[in-house]
Write a protein that binds this ligand. Sequence first.
Ligand code: MSP
Length: 644
Amino acid sequence: MSKKYTITTPIYYVNSVPHIGTALTTLAADVTSRYQKIRGRDVFFLTGTDENGLKVKEAAEKAGKSPMDFVDEISSKFKEIWPGLYIEFDDFIRTTEPRHREAVQAFFSILQEKGHIYSGSYEGWYDVSSETFFKESDLVDGLSPDGNEVRWVKEDNYFFRMSAFQEPLLAHIEANPNFILPESRKNEVLSFIKQGLRDVCISRANPGWGIPVPGDDSQVVYVWFDALINYVAATGWPNPGWESRWPAEVQWMGKDILTRFHATLWPAMLMGVELPLPEALVGHAWLMSGTEKISKSKGNVVAPLDVATSLATRAGCTPEVAIDAVRYYMASVMPMDTDATYTHDEFDRLYNTDLANDLGNALNRSLAMSHKFVDGVIPGGVVETDAAQAIDDAKAKFDKAMVTFRVDHAADAALSVVRFLNKYIDTRAPWALAKNSDPALHAVLRSMLLCLRTAEGLIRPIMPKTADAIAAQLGLPSLTIWDAIGSEESLPAGVKVSLPQPIFPRLDLTKKQEPKKMDTPKPQPAPTPAPAPEVPTEITIDDFAKVKLKVGRVLEAEPLEGSDKLMKLQVVIGEEKRQIVAGIRKNYTAEDLIGRQVIVCVNLKPAKLRGTESQGMLLAATDTDGGAILLQPDREAPEGTGVR
Ligand code: MSP
């Protein structure tokens, strides 16, 4: 049986429901999994729930439920929420399952047989919140180093001889530079080990909940010792066949559970039973709310699906795209060395800059120009050198990022090809090439579409639904093979692309994510007709702010039938396209206008001119004959940019 590429997440405590902090680890694992699948690997992606601790038992009591009913309920919430975020795990293990219990008892017995477990008595502090034992000297102001309350414990227990594994562990870390990532975390782990590894108490007096120690029902296995074994239990161990799933190629987790558990206790346990160690342990930093870690106990939980729903409502994107946007946010802020702070405003800002502006504009412009200049048919020809280079660079950067599991750098690599594309369109100006019948037009359009196709392939592990939507608008099947990404073959000439269907409508940043409760509107008296306004000699900044001006680009222009003054234009402004009728025909031909950037007043009430609706007004100076001199930005600005 060939070895699968195994990816794991921590198993989540069921004392809380999933939030954006816990979703971060699982998303990182999902992006890794989707990337490895595109790379052609047979992936085994494992997640699950940690259900045996005292913490869970006490949470059940507080909720007035039996522990089993309680864990069933919350575990199913975890199992359900992940697919809602397009997280595709292959196995979901619960530590209350028989397969897990059997593996834990087998593991314990093997360690006992090999002499790594001994009986002793324990006296010290226990932090139920992090299920960790502490010495008096570890405490800070009477609390655990994690800031939680502790309780005094005095029991006869079983101990694991972890001290015996200190030197083999240091040797392993030194011989395998990518065993603990990122580098900053590795240094933390090394200094922790060098302070001296103590033997660990691995059982607790049986509170009627947990996995009994084999041959001694008065004790249950310490919940961390039990939980870590899930990783091999899910591979089928100790039964034959586990070798196809273990060791894991990567185990993802947050920094809080790396040093004391995954990078010390876990490898020591594996060495004790003589199982291979995982290839890489990746400990990301935290997502904070202000200065606090997002967690249920702090009461500052942000639910990822709420963020998506709010975005879909406010921006008008589809629910699928909104979920992808949350995934994109988490991937691109993925904190590695230092913590990141989640705010609704930062989420909104990232959506507008990276998705609406960069990706959305690149898509809309490339498709609109293909329609305008080559009837929407993908042209043949050779991709221009700088575009080919940008594509190669983005792919190489993505690959390099994923070698050390830098999902944040991978997201940036995917967006780099899009940012290149927007600049490339501005410099190569297809509208000017078309106007001059320049033969380079086809190569430029092909280069644009290949950049777009590459972006589709590279963002797929992060935004799978968006990638599908881009492929559909290109009229092509989804790109799911790494070697095909960026290749000429991925973009067959002659295929008709669709007209742009904006995926990421720009978010009006005045529409905040936590809407204030609106008062019921009071009935208004019928308005009395106002006298015609006089232009005042002075207005306030608030008056001026009422006029919404934006940069647009003319995609199409034609004289309006039945008028010798009016031109009918199609103008792209950010994610939307508007029809504008302007009295500029005396001074401008259609050719003068196509591709030109213009300044548009976008909040003028639509009006009908000669029976044709005009959804905005172009800004122009008036020449001495009353003709129009169109205003345009001094240099190219992304369409949709605000003007003040
Ligand atoms: N049950 C243990 C893990 C046992 S694994 C053998 C546990 N569970 S947890 O539910 O508390 O946390 C699970 C993961 O979520 C950890 O990787 C933790 O770091 C991560 N996060 C929880 N809140 C987080 C943030 N606010 N930010 C980033 N990650 C956070 O620990």
